[in-house]
Design a protein. Structure first.
Length: 232
């Protein structure tokens, strides 16, 4: 990963979405190679210092890769805790308390990582958001069940994609990924003709995020392929 250029990684990432994650992954791999001799750190505190590594990822690496007794909380785990422990139909939102709740449930032995996986699977396959299959739940006690399954208050919002700046950014990146050399502004412009102001805004954001570079002659390329940017 660190031997590849940022542009190589962005091309390989393709249409997986959120290309900034690809760039941060490349930066993270570079730091691991340079500072940690190609070995991913095992402790949460050090992992959190790496580019693109947040609280969830750091704890997931420590737990699942290094088999440590570390609480890992995702959306599914948060929902299981809200129901089984607190008797609510849905989680109120992420909170530092979530980690304490999960830590209190973890076994004090080598089974802790397996238990964390089980919590995630329980939320993903049984204690689901819309149609929980409580008859299949292996938990012997559930606060939500004992309270008569009170209804939740949160509503799920569907995140649209069509017509958003994210879509425009994706169209522009598609043009750059499809060319091995920098492209002109005109080549980028045809990728989104609906709203020129939105297209300009999307391109500016790609430049600010470091995903796209401008060459000395005013063309555009993926990060690492643009050479020296024009001087103001």
């Amino acid at each position: 990963m660190n031997a590849a250029s940022a542009a190589d990684v962005l091309r390989a990432w393709g249409k997986l979405g959120y290309p900034r994650r690809a760039k941060r992954l490349h930066e993270c791999a570079t730091v691991i190679a340079e500072r940690f001799d190609d070995v991913v750190p095992s402790d949460v505190e050090t992992l959190l210092t790496l580019p693109g590594i947040g609280a969830y990822t750091a704890r997931a690496v420590a737990c699942f890769a290094y088999q440590q007794r570390v609480p890992v909380v995702d959306t599914n785990v948060r929902r299981v805790i809200a129901r089984a422990v607190h008797g609510r139909a849905d989680a109120a939102g992420s909170s530092p308390r979530d980690l304490d709740d999960v830590a209190a449930l973890l076994p004090n032995d080598a089974d802790a990582p397996r238990f964390s996986v089980a919590l995630m699977e329980l939320g993903a396959t049984v204690c689901t958001a819309r149609a929980p299959r409580c008859g299949l739940c292996p938990l012997s006690a559930c606060a939500w069940k004992s309270r008569g399954f009170p209804a939740g208050t949160s509503t799920r919002r569907v995140q649209k994609y069509a017509g958003t700046d994210r879509q425009v950014r994706g169209r522009l990146l598609d043009v750059l990924r499809g060319n091995d050399s920098p492209v002109t502004r005109a080549q980028l412009d045809v990728a989104w003709l609906t709203d020129t102001a939105q297209r300009d805004r999307a391109l500016d954001s790609l430049l600010v995020d470091g995903l796209v570079e401008q060459t000395a002659d005013g063309r555009f390329a993926l990060a690492g392929e643009g050479g020296e940017a024009p001087r103001p």
